[in-house]
Design a binder for this molecule. Structure first.
Ligand SMILES: Nc1ncnc2c1ncn2[C@@H]1O[C@H](COP(=O)(O)OP(=O)(O)OP(=O)(O)O)[C@@H](O)[C@H]1O
Length: 604
């Protein structure tokens, strides 16, 4: 109740008005403190987008801060440019540097990424020290136009501290608004999906490399703006302002506040701005206290202040859409299948998938040997066989998770052999996994929206500015999500975190998510494993629904009654080779199959 009141639009507007009028009653030192809070919010949001949302560690984030500061300062000092222009240039230039860094960064992970970003931080610091003709070297750069000294102009008017505070406040509010729009769009959701499981994200058509590149670019740009504001606030910058300690401080603001939320970094920034200011001794033991803070927050508040206060950032625009564009009629009626999909289904029933003499070796082990299959539209192919016979390997080859050792795979007339998983998913081959691969920290509704990722067309600009057509697109997808939640009896769990659901329901969410991706071929890897009788019936209904839409399915399962009741044809593997291919009736009489598989316990 309290939280609802706190986040009510009227409370938010009142708070913003208060922030605008507050400096009129503050002393200069307090105004300065609030300016630093604003700058720190930008820094904390910058690392939050990169590490909290997209999961990319950054140990040298102060480097982006430095580049923004020096870019703006040199442009102001040497070219006399207005701060309004230098902020924009710093943001664009930093975005470019972030993009360049993302090229090697997209290839490395975890420890190596941490080392790379650390190295980047040190390189920039060295450049700042050595390139004295531009940066002033160890002496630093002074004489930066500043409101503090009365040397800063806003459109010809001498800016005072209050005016500078207002500038920072407006930038923070606009950045927060843009960030909120972004994280609640399909692009923002893709960041979190890549963070939690790259494989799962890829299977829905999300390119982890592109998501990381975008995260670096946007994050660097925000840090660049913070740097530009800092340079002008201080009137002087030196290499020590952007050292390792600063990078750690930025990281702490994000972690302590709560990564992956938008409110958390604001709280983290407040903590690191106001507390050291009140407790001067902190300055003397900064490194020790920062390290202690990191340990405490990892041990006792892993989700930061936001987690403590149970604050979560929604990753969809449901509320906003209901309010703002309800009256606008949809072009599409929101049905699960769109026109493109329907016309695809009307085409002739020639094979859509051709797997030709495929071989897969894992070192000395041949997991698949000369497997050939073809599948037509509207057909369900059952894939069965003993444990370790190669069923999942075949699905992994078709979906691009593993490269083939020999052979070819064609889909819809295109050679997709050894293509990247996300490219294959974009062609419409969507899969589920043996263990559900939902994003546990996203709600059911958000996970299902993730399924529609490959259908979104809105640009980055449209998403961040909440353009009308982008809101309409989101609404269209939400309508589909609502429809499938009803179909799968998930409506009551729409706002539950997927990770909190019972296992069977998590499976249903994953299958529903795959269907929402409007597959042209659906690969289901043991979807019935661990389901109760009731859930099995529901899954059966869902797969029949898919079949009725004409979508071809490859279904792996050990639950024989379930499989034989659904499939048109069946393929039996043993030790990587096909031992039977044909009708269910034929298989039940086939001695080889009886001996190799049906004779043994086959229920999951
Ligand atoms: N990444 C891998 N590296 C090495 N060997 C692998 C790998 N993936 C699968 N294998 C091996 O390939 C063979 C086929 O495995 P696969 O998982 O495809 O069997 P399966 O029929 O799906 O079994 P199950 O029914 O238990 O899921 C097994 O011997 C397995 O150990």
């Amino acid at each position: 109740m309290f939280k609802e009141r706190l986040f009510h639009p009227i409370s938010k507007i009142s708070f913003i008005i208060l922030l605008f009028i507050a400096p009129l009653f503050f002393s200069d030192s307090n105004i300065q403190l609030f300016i630093f809070w604003g700058i720190n919010i930008l820094l904390a949001q910058s690392i939050n987008l990169l590490s909290g949302f997209s999961g990319q560690i950054s140990l040298g984030h102060a480097a982006f801060y430095a580049i923004g500061a020096y870019t703006s300062a040199t442009l102001m000092i040497h070219f006399g440019l207005s701060i309004f222009i230098t902020i924009v240039i710093a943001a664009i230039f930093n975005a470019f540097v972030g993009f360049l860094l993302s090229i090697p960064a997209r290839r490395v992970k975890e420890f190596y990424l941490a080392m790379m970003t650390l190295g980047f931080g040190f390189i920039i610091q060295e450049i700042v020290k050595e390139w004295s003709s531009v940066t002033g070297g160890v002496m630093g750069l002074s004489g930066i136009p500043s409101a503090k000294l009365g040397t800063l102009n806003f459109f010809g008017i001498q800016a005072n501290m209050v005016m500078y505070y207002w500038l920072v406040l407006v930038i923070v509010i606009v950045t927060m608004w843009l960030l909120k729009n972004f994280v609640q769009s399909y692009m923002g959701r893709s960041f979190l999906a890549v963070h939690r499981s790259e494989l799962s994200a890829e299977s829905l058509g999300i390119s982890p490399g592109s998501a990381k590149q975008l995260a670096y670019t946007l994050s660097a740009s925000i840090a660049g703006i913070a740097g530009a504001l800092y340079a002008s606030q201080m009137a002087y910058i030196g290499s020590n302002s952007f050292d390792m300690m600063q990078s750690i401080g930025i990281l702490i603001m994000g972690i302590l506040g709560g990564f992956g939320t938008l409110i958390g970094p604001i709280l983290g920034a407040a903590f690191l701005t106001f507390v050291p200011n009140k407790l001067q001794f902190i300055q003397d033991f900064q490194l020790m206290i920062y390290s202690l803070l990191l340990v405490i927050s990892f041990l006792f508040i892993p989700n930061g202040f936001a987690g403590l206060l149970k604050i979560r950032t929604s990753l969809e625009k449901g509320n906003r859409i209901n309010k703002s564009i309800k009256a606008i009629p949809l072009k599409n009626d929101g049905k699960l299948l769109n026109e493109k999909q329907s016309s695809f289904l009307k085409k002739s029933f020639s094979p859509i998938l051709n797997v030709k003499e495929v071989v897969k070796d894992f070192g000395g082990l041949r997991a698949l040997n000369d497997v050939t299959i073809s599948l037509s539209k509207g057909q369900i192919l059952g894939l069965i066989g003993p444990n370790g016979s190669g069923k999942s390997t075949l699905v992994n080859l078709i979906s691009g998770v593993y490269p083939v050792s020999k052979g070819e795979i064609h889909f819809n007339g295109k050679d997709i052999t050894n293509m990247a998983t996300h490219s294959i998913a974009r062609y419409g081959i969507i899969r589920t996994f043996q263990d559900p691969h939902n994003v546990p920290t996203m709600t059911v509704k958000e996970n299902l929206l993730l399924g529609t990722h490959r259908l979104f067309k809105s640009s980055l600009l449209a998403c961040t500015l909440n353009a009308n057509h982008s809101l309409r697109e989101e609404e269209q997808m939400l309508t589909r999500v609502t429809e499938i939640m009803e179909l799968c009896d998930l409506t009551d769990y729409a706002d539950e975190l997927a990770g909190n659901l019972p296992y069977g329901m998590q499976r249903m969410v994953e299958v529903a998510r795959a269907i929402l991706a409007e597959p042209q071929l659906l690969l289901l890897d043991e979807p019935a494993a661990g389901l109760s009788e009731g859930e099995l019936e529901e899954l059966n209904r869902l797969i029949r629904y898919v079949k009725n839409q004409g979508i071809p399915v490859i279904l792996i399962d050990h639950h024989m009654d379930f499989v034989t009741g659904l499939v048109d044809e069946i393929l039996v593997l043993e030790s990587g080779g096909v031992i039977y291919s044909g009708s269910v009736e034929g298989m039940q009489k086939d001695h080889h199959v009886i001996r190799a598989y049906l004779g043994v316990e086959h229920h999951a």
